[in-house]
Ligand binder design. Structure first.
Ligand code: NAG
Ligand code: NAG
Ligand code: NAG
Length: 539
């Protein structure tokens, strides 16, 4: 399975996490249906927001902590010669349920889509409701049912040949959701356009960032691609990218929003002993569609970004300050780059630097519960990735080996540590996972900086996996004298940025750029709450 699809699924599931945290104001609409009739508390639970439902659940002693997760009930497949039968299961409200898929032919040789049929029968009370999430590795959607009959859910068009093949072979996974998630799922509709690879998707990204972060996106004069002189680019120069379209665009938009960064991807320049310029990048998509760490010749990287990258990236070059350039140990940087070449993109790092942020911003157990829910769904859809994504990381935090998610929750609570507390245990740079060392885009660049001596003499008390992209461009590592910037830098722009924007229609803004002196244990305890992202001193 390609990393690209994993990333997309991760993005959709992450959106679910973020929105649950953000959607507490949906309460009134949700209750309205349930208040039409006198009801049993138990029936009301799926309609209640989690903070209300959870104590109720505890009081009713309905289930244990580990059971409060979405439960996988089956896959809807096409019934047919292959002998596939309709999935059948018992829901929380309807005791007798069946589901199957029907495929539609596409028009003009298109892939077509499908209809998921879901039959609900034998409700245990006339007021209850079952809430479901339907997922393929390519999309996540949801619906809920009050009445016993046959319901349908349309997939208008499969997004790719790969999704079509997946659903043909494996079907659509169905999860029965626990209490408190309906508001989130409603809110999620607003986020789906972020992942569409169209101008509309791009506009949704821009609108989202303007509204939620106060970003401006002023158009700058053409040319939107700089005519740069490669001779002016040096080892250690930092590349920051802001992708605004397609799956990367949507994913970066959410990442920017949670972390407060005005860029969503990073890479680093490196010269070899012959003076040839290379780009080191974690998150490069290889021919198999996997996201990996790579070192590419500058020309190849630049050509891709200018001509082929369908995420419409805005790109800035942040030249190192001459003092740091002098300090930058190229030999050590290359040793690190070579040791990481071909390794997987650091999902662990990225997820935990996010979770860190989420759990500092929203009161438990809301966040922890949703994180656990996402993990559960991920486990089912992408078992081969689940192991390294979550289980291993959580086992490391507990100092255990091989426990699966419900066991981890139980073990953690047994030790008096709530699950959300467990999630905030910081990632350590020295942890190595079974798929080898990995790094997110920014952890990769900063780790190279650390190896190259830029954090000396406090390098041993810097955990680069705790840095967001914003933390990285805020470091005071970059050129601070505008007269020393290359002559082609922002040549045609009336606004003189303190760094070189080399591609993009919109002027990039990096608030806090080049201002922060590194200090020991930097960024290990920083909250970041939209829309202001106030950062306490010395966090
Ligand atoms: C769909 O396409 C198949 C094969 O091309 C054809 O046999 C079938 O009749 C079509 N079904 C519909 C509903 O058009
Ligand atoms: C640069 O790094 C290499 C490899 O780690 C090391 O052998 C060398 O001493 C370093 N050079 C300086 C000037 O620190
Ligand atoms: C900026 O750089 C120029 C050219 O090297 C130099 O003349 C000038 O003094 C520098 N300005 C500052 C404030 O350092």
């Amino acid at each position: 399975m390609g990393g690209a699809y994993n990333l997309k699924l991760l993005a959709a599931l992450s959106a679910l996490v973020l929105l649950l945290a953000a959607s507490r104001s949906f309460l009134p609409g949700l209750l309205e249906a349930a208040l039409r009739a006198p009801v049993l508390p138990r029936d009301l639970l799926p309609l209640l927001p989690w903070p209300v439902a959870q104590p109720l659940l505890r009081r009713l002693a309905l289930r244990g902590a580990a059971d409060l997760l979405p439960s996988f009930v089956g896959v809807a497949r096409e019934p047919g010669d292959g002998g596939a039968r309709a999935a059948e299961w018992k829901g929380a409200c309807f005791y007798d349920n069946r589901a199957w898929m029907e495929f539609h032919n596409g028009t003009d040789g298109g892939l077509g889509g499908g209809t998921l049929h879901l039959e609900t029968n034998k409700a245990h009370s006339w007021t209850c409701i079952d809430l479901y999430v339907f997922a393929t590795p390519y999309r996540v959607t949801w619906d809920y049912y009050f009445v016993g009959r046959e319901h349908t859910l349309d997939f208008k068009e499969w997004e790719s040949e790969a999704e079509y093949e997946y659903v043909k072979r494996k079907g659509v996974s169905i999860f029965l959701m626990p209490s408190g998630t309906i508001g989130t799922l409603r809110a999620l509709w607003d986020v789906f356009p972020l992942f569409t690879n169209t101008q509309w998707g791009e506009n949704s990204n821009l609108a989202f960032l303007k509204k939620h972060m106060g970003a401006t996106f002023e158009e700058r004069p053409k040319p939107w691609v700089s005519e740069l002189n490669v001779d002016d680019i040096h080892s250690g120069d930092f590349l920051v990218l802001s992708k605004i379209r397609g799956r990367w665009g949507g994913f970066e938009t959410l990442e920017k929003w949670v972390t407060g960064a005005y860029a969503g991807h990073t890479a680093v320049c490196l010269r070899d002993s012959e003076g040839k310029l290379w780009v080191g990048e974690s998150g490069h998509e290889n021919e198999q569609g996997e996201d990996i760490i790579a070192i590419l010749p500058w020309e190849e990287w630049w050509d891709f970004e200018v001509k082929k990258d369908d995420s419409n990236p805005q790109i800035a070059l942040l030249p190192l300050h001459p003092d740091l350039r002098a300090k930058f140990n190229e030999t050590a940087a290359w040793e690190y780059a070579k040791s990481m070449d071909g390794k997987p993109y650091g999902y662990h790092n990225m997820i935990f630097s996010w979770i860190d942020t989420i759990s500092d911003n929203y009161p438990p157990p809301l966040d922890a519960h949703v994180v656990a829910s996402v993990m559960t769904m991920w486990n089912k859809l992408q078992p081969e990735y689940a192991a390294n994504m979550w289980k291993e990381a959580l086992n490391k935090r507990l100092g255990t080996k091989g426990l699966d998610l419900p066991e981890i929750i139980v073990e953690s609570e047994k030790r008096g540590m709530t699950f959300d507390k467990l999630l905030t245990v910081p990632e350590q740079d020295k942890w190595v996972y079974t798929d080898g060392q990995s790094a997110s885009c920014v952890a990769y660049v900063l780790m190279m900086y650390k190896e190259a001596g830029l954090f000396d003499p406090i390098a041993s008390s810097i955990e680069v996996t705790e840095f967001t992209i914003k933390d990285a461009y805020s470091l005071n590592f970059f050129e601070n004298n505008m007269t020393r910037l290359p002559v082609w830098c922002n040549k045609d722009d009336s606004v003189k940025l303190p760094f070189c924007q080399i591609k993009g229609r919109y002027r990039m803004e990096l608030p806090g750029y080049n201002t922060m002196q590194p200090y020991p244990h930097m960024n290990e305890r920083c909250p970041s709450l939209p829309p202001n992202y106030n950062r306490p001193r010395n966090c």
